[in-house]
Design a protein around this ligand. Structure first.
Ligand SMILES: C[S@@+](CC[C@H](N)C(=O)[O-])C[C@H]1O[C@@H](n2cnc3c(N)ncnc32)[C@H](O)[C@@H]1O
Length: 268
């Protein structure tokens, strides 16, 4: 199947269409399809991430949490209030667990994800590690169940490309952040290193679905994951969308030749 142009998700969204991998679907159908993928892979999700990326996703997530730099004591001079993070599409809790560890329990982290199976794995992991300050909430990135100005930071890692209406998710990110709050998004992006792009393309389409079949018993879900990466806006185009949502001082940096990118913005 021929890949739609990068970022075409946005064009479809305007006409109430969305991409589900390389398929063009009505925007209102996409979420259920995405939900099926993550219900299917939840129990093998963490293992598959390690296998597919050779552990690289751990380094990218560490870099994201370093950029976030969660405070190690109560936030605001004398206020004693906790520093609050919402990790949207937080799934099995990779970002939340890192932030809780790094902040030594001073951060209050809410993992918000639409998928109960992913959240169930996250809850088990947090309980096993006896980490404090993490709560899990079933929630849609496009309609977050939080008041305006609730959080000091908003993170989303490998989640936003799965959301049917990208602009709606960015608008919600802006709404729930306080003034001066930080937006950070880690997502697969466009490889910009000659040769690596071809190797990565072959690896993605040949190896990953086969690995999905062998390890998670599900090639199709992993084919979707690979295809959804190809239809997501590239670094520059995504930065423009973040600016359009109202964020200032928008910047981005690529990891591993652009396989992933970290975008940052501030609610000024
Ligand atoms: C690839 S996983 C990422 C999980 C985790 N952030 C990580 O980096 O390992 C994508 C997550 O996005 C979630 N998701 C998809 N659509 C969503 C939506 N509309 N609102 C909230 N979460 C959503 C899925 O349920 C899934 O847990």
């Amino acid at each position: 199947m021929v890949a739609p142009a990068r970022g075409s998700n946005q064009d479809f969204a305007m006409t109430e269409r969305a991409t589900f991998g390389f398929q063009d679907v009505p925007v209102e159908d996409k979420q259920a399809l995405v939900d099926d993928v993550f219900h299917s892979v939840a129990r093998r999700y963490d293992l598959m991430n390690d296998l597919m990326s050779g552990g690289l996703h751990r380094l990218w997530k560490d870099a994201m949490v370093s950029a976030l730099n969660p405070p190690r004591k109560s936030f605001g001079k004398g206020s004693g209030r906790p520093w609050r993070l919402v990790d949207v599409a937080g799934g099995t809790g990779d970002i939340a667990l890192r932030v809780a560890e790094r902040s030594r329990g001073h951060a209050e982290v809410t993992v918000a994800d639409i998928n109960s199976s992913m959240l169930a794995v996250g809850r088990e992991r947090a309980a096993k590690r006896k980490l404090e300050g993490i709560s899990f909430r079933e929630a849609d990135a496009m309609a977050l169940p939080f008041e305006d100005y609730s959080f000091d930071a908003y993170t989303i890692a490998f989640g936003i490309r799965n959301v049917p209406r990208l602009e709606a998710a960015l608008a919600e990110a802006f709404r729930v952040l306080r003034h001066g709050g930080r937006f950070l998004c880690l997502e697969f992006s466009q490889v910009d290193v000659p040769m690596l792009d071809r190797i990565y393309e072959r690896y993605s389409f040949r190896v990953i679905p086969a690995l999905g079949r062998a390890v998670a018993g599900d090639a199709e879900s992993y084919r979707y994951l690979v295809e959804s990466i190809r239809t997501f806006p590239n670094q520059e185009r995504f930065a423009d969308l973040i600016r359009a949502a109202g964020f200032g001082r928008v910047s981005h940096r690529s990891f591993s030749g652009g396989i992933a990118a970290l975008h940052s913005g501030w609610k000024l």
